[in-house]
Design a protein around this ligand. Structure first.
Ligand SMILES: Cc1cc2nc3c(=O)[nH]c(=O)nc-3n(C[C@H](O)[C@H](O)[C@H](O)COP(=O)(O)O)c2cc1C
Length: 156
C-alpha cells in the first residue's frame, strides 16, 4: 500500500478555515491543527480551538461547523483570518472571501473543498495530562485548547 505523507500536510502546510454559526451570525478562523479519521463508525474531522478564540463561542453554541480548504492564492487571506479576531474586525463581511451557506452553517465560495460537520463531541484538553515540554511551549501564556469531533456529513 502506498501511504504518502502529503495527507499530513493538508492541515499543517495548507491550513484551513474553521467556520461556525448561522448565516445571520457566524465567525471563521484559520486552523493548521486537525485530523480526519473514524470513530463510532463515522468519518470525522477533529479540530482544536483555544478557549480564548471568538470562534470558540460559535463552536459551543452551534450544532454544525465547516472545515474548508483553499487554493494557495488565498494564503494571505487565511493569514489575516488567523491573526485578527472577529471581535475586532467584521469577518462576516470583510473576510476577503464570499460567504456561502453550507447546511445550517457557513463556508466560503472560494473553498476547494468544504467538510460539513455535525458536532458529536467536545472535551477540554487538560495540560495536566501533557508532558512538561508541551505545557511549556503551548500553554504557559495561552489559553488551553478544547477538542471538537464532528461527523463529516457532507463533502462540498
Ligand atoms: C496558520 C495558523 C493556524 C492556526 N491554527 C489554530 C488552531 O488550530 N487552533 C486555534 O485555536 N487557533 C489557531 N490559529 C489562531 C487563530 O486563527 C487566531 O487566533 C484567530 O485570530 C482567531 O480568530 P477569532 O478570535 O475570530 O476566532 C491559527 C492561526 C494561524 C495563522
Amino acid at each position: 500500500m502506498e501511504f504518502t505523507s502529503d495527507i499530513f500536510k493538508q492541515f499543517d502546510k495548507k491550513w484551513a478555515l474553521l467556520t461556525a454559526g448561522s448565516k445571520e451570525k457566524f465567525n471563521t478562523m484559520t486552523i493548521s491543527w486537525g485530523g480526519l479519521g473514524t470513530i463510532w463508525g463515522k468519518p470525522v474531522a477533529t479540530v482544536y480551538v483555544r478557549t480564548s478564540r471568538y470562534t470558540h463561542e460559535f463552536m459551543d453554541n452551534g450544532e454544525y461547523f465547516t472545515v474548508s480548504f483553499y487554493p494557495e492564492e488565498y494564503k494571505k487571506v487565511l493569514g489575516v483570518l488567523g491573526s485578527k479576531s472577529g471581535r475586532d474586525i467584521d469577518k462576516m463581511n470583510d473576510s476577503g472571501l464570499t460567504p456561502k451557506e453550507a447546511g445550517e452553517t457557513m463556508t466560503f465560495a472560494e473553498a476547494e473543498v468544504t467538510l460539513l460537520c455535525r458536532k458529536l463531541f467536545k472535551q477540554p484538553m487538560d495540560p495536566a495530562n501533557m508532558p512538561a515540554d508541551l505545557v511549556e511551549q503551548f500553554y504557559k501564556k495561552d489559553a488551553p485548547h478544547d477538542l471538537y469531533i464532528g461527523e463529516v456529513i457532507e463533502v462540498l
